[in-house]
Design a binder for this molecule. Structure first.
Ligand SMILES: *[C@@H]1O[C@H](CO)[C@@H](O)[C@H](O)[C@H]1NC(C)=O
Length: 255
């Protein structure tokens, strides 16, 4: 079994997410993993208005009211931390981006060697050849900061994007959840608590009997890329108008 030798990078963009991530690490017993706080505004200094509490619960953890975390974020900002780690371990840092791309874009903007130093950027984002999940054009993470996303896609960095057309095929079904509920394992129990909110949201919004595993699929791609097939090409992101956040993919040329 593949084991990640060190995952260091966790980004958060608001208070809610900070609690969410620190709590997760404490439950997993991995308080050795640092948490760096991300930007509270988009790359164009816009307000990050959209918090998907209707998907994740008002506490970001399926409304389970877990005790508040003890841990605190490190002093460095997410972008500073990224820049530092990439220059300490050139070519060895894989960034798994599970939210809007503001912090990565900030790292690219503030350090001209970041693109060269960073390894692969594996990101959850985009709706390629399918409708988005925020509106027909846009997927949620790209929609969160389209200007940052366009900057990342055009930076020349090695980017692996896992879009909705992939993650919608990876479903944790009601039957899977029942199996999980039978387990007495600590993590299984924890997951089952959180999953209620996700299951009811998915039943209502998509009429699916299960939940899409967007973030886990992206992590899986980072850990073992042979599980998924890929096509190579260029991506641009629409930054204005009613199709703001649309990802446009073209695979006829490499640059
Ligand atoms: C997802 O979209 C990309 C880009 O259009 C395409 O190459 C790929 O085959 C699609 N994958 C699936 C599973 O539909």
């Amino acid at each position: 079994m593949f084991r990640l030798s060190g995952i260091l990078i966790v980004f958060v963009t608001n208070h809610l997410l900070r609690i969410f991530l620190v709590t997760q690490l404490e439950i997993a017993g991995r308080t050795d993993i640092p948490v760096a706080e991300g930007s509270h505004v988009t790359i164009t200094k816009g307000t990050k208005l959209r918090i998907a509490d209707f998907v994740h619960g008002t506490d970001g953890l399926g409304n389970q009211n877990f005790p508040p975390p003890k841990g605190k974020p490190i002093e460095q900002s997410a972008a500073e931390f990224l820049i530092e780690q990439a220059s300490l371990y050139p070519g060895k840092v894989t960034v798994v981006a599970l939210g809007p791309l503001t912090n990565i874009a900030l790292a690219i903007q503030s350090d001209s060697s970041f693109v060269k130093n960073v390894g692969q950027i594996v990101l959850l984002g985009g709706a390629f050849s399918v409708n988005g999940n925020v509106n027909p054009a846009a997927e949620a993470n790209i929609f969160g900061d389209p200007d940052a996303a366009d900057l990342v896609f055009t930076s020349g960095a090695d980017v692996l994007a896992i879009g909705l057309n992939v993650t919608h095929q990876v479903v944790l079904t009601d039957a899977d959840r029942d199996k999980l509920a039978e387990s007495s394992g600590k993590f299984a129990q924890y997951l089952c608590k959180i999953l209620d909110v996700y299951f009811s949201y998915h039943h209502d919004a998509y009429s699916t009997k299960g939940v899409y595993l967007h973030d886990p699929t992206t992590l899986l791609a980072a850990v073992d890329s042979s599980l998924i097939t890929y096509v190579e090409g260029v991506v641009r992101v629409q930054t204005v108008g009613i199709t703001r956040g649309l990802t446009l993919f073209y695979n006829k040329q490499k640059r």
